[in-house]
Write a new protein. Structure first.
Length: 405
């Protein structure tokens, strides 16, 4: 029998065959959060477009207000959106509010706390003004034509704010990877359904779909298909028609009498790269390609499906989506003694806390069956036990794959 493929080799082979998506789409600014900018973004205008007041106060000529006790005549008002159209001459000032254009002739702002109102629309200075004080000069933020955001930027709230200020209503971004998810099995019933004898509720699709979306992908749910080659082939054809970048199958990728996914995909032209990985849970993982579409056959057991999604589907999607790889692995210590490992790499569900010294401490759950979703939902991480790893004493260093990083 062919030896099982080590996890590291399997990941390397999968990712080496992946190429970032080059397709570019234009989306409204309000829909670009978390997307990847496809070209350098230049400002369409200068910001601020004029010398503006940074404070509420009085627009003055510094030469007139450089001495405490100077009296000035208030000749008008300027507020945000409403400029004063006249000129500030010697001995004059304009009441001004934050964001308003600095009137012609003025070069500084005396803040209102440093001005005393006196009779006859006049003020007296209580602070010596320095030229340029409390003024935001034109172009202080950015100038028209300036490249502010670089190609490849993963857009967040700050980037979207500056893109809006640069007067961009839409942005050119890289298309999200399309991921078709196909669950197979006569035993599966959709949530809310009534399972017959020997049937169970299908759950894997929802966890895998959530992981896809959180890693920059969009989901095409192909539903549940019975263990029938014609139905599986039709679902695969739909994934191709919809131009999916990745086809994820859930269950049925092994070679038992009722495992028809692999044989059906091969009949459709899939080139099988590898299957059967030296890991637990998740050994029956299948990886191949079909006319440029990546194919990942994940195990049917829910926990095995989610663990292999973290290890293989997540890095694949992030490479396709041009997102940096998410490194979930950290070092911690074990809470309890752990036995020596066999030839497969184990991913042991565990709670993770911090001790008084700040170390991450992983405590394995007592039951590790790959069908037990409740324990996985309560796990913070997976203790990674390499093949043939020796016994570990309590408190020994160990790698931990964080589930919620």
């Amino acid at each position: 029998m062919k030896a099982l493929l080590p996890v590291a080799d399997a990941r390397s082979r999968l990712l080496s065959a992946a190429r970032p998506i080059d397709d570019i789409v234009n989306v409204p600014l309000g829909e670009a959060d978390g997307r990847v900018l496809a070209a350098d973004l230049a400002a369409r205008l200068t910001q601020p477009p004029f010398d503006a007041s940074a404070m509420d106060g009085y627009a003055v000529r510094a030469a007139d207000a450089s001495t405490v006790g100077t009296e000035l005549s208030v000749i008008g008002t300027a507020s945000a959106g409403h400029a004063f159209e006249g000129i500030v001459g010697p001995g004059e000032t304009v009441r001004i509010f934050t964001g308003a254009p600095l009137p012609q002739g003025a070069d500084s702002v005396l803040i209102q706390e440093d001005a005393e109102r006196i009779a006859g629309d006049r003020i007296r200075t209580a602070f010596a003004v320095v030229e340029g004080r409390h003024v935001r000069p034109r172009g202080q933020d950015f100038a028209e034509g300036e490249i502010v955001l670089k190609r490849g930027t993963v857009l967040d709230f700050a980037h979207l704010t500056v893109a809006a200020a640069m007067n961009h209503p839409t942005l050119g971004i890289y298309r999200r990877p399309r991921v078709a998810i196909l669950a197979t099995g006569d035993e599966l019933v959709v949530p809310g359904g009534v399972p017959a004898t020997a049937q169970i509720i299908a759950s894997n699709t929802f966890g895998v779909a959530a992981l896809v979306r959180s890693n920059g992908g969009e989901v095409l749910d192909l539903g549940i298909v019975k263990d029938n080659q014609a139905d599986i082939a039709a679902a695969v054809a739909r994934a191709q028609l919809e131009k999916a970048d990745v086809l994820v199958t859930l269950g049925g990728a092994s070679v038992g009498d009722h495992d028809l996914v692999q044989s059906t995909l091969k009949a459709a032209g899939m080139e099988l790269d590898f299957w059967r990985i030296a890991m637990r849970p998740g050994k029956p993982l299948m990886v191949g390609s079909l006319d440029g579409m990546h194919v990942l056959g994940l195990p049917g057991n829910p926990v095995a499906s989610l663990v292999t999604s973290l290890l293989f589907l997540e890095p694949l999607l992030r490479k396709l989506a041009r997102l940096s790889e998410r490194n979930r692995e950290v070092m911690g210590v074990t809470a309890e003694h752990m036995k020596a490992n066999d030839q497969r790499q184990d991913y042991v569900r565990a709670s993770v806390t911090r001790d008084a010294a700040g170390n991450l401490v992983a405590k394995a759950f007592g039951k590790q069956d790959s069908s037990m979703m409740k324990i996985f939902s309560r796990s913070d991480g997976l203790i990674v036990r390499p093949p043939h790893a020796p016994e570990l004493a309590a408190g020994a260093p160990c790698p931990i794959l964080l589930i919620r990083s």
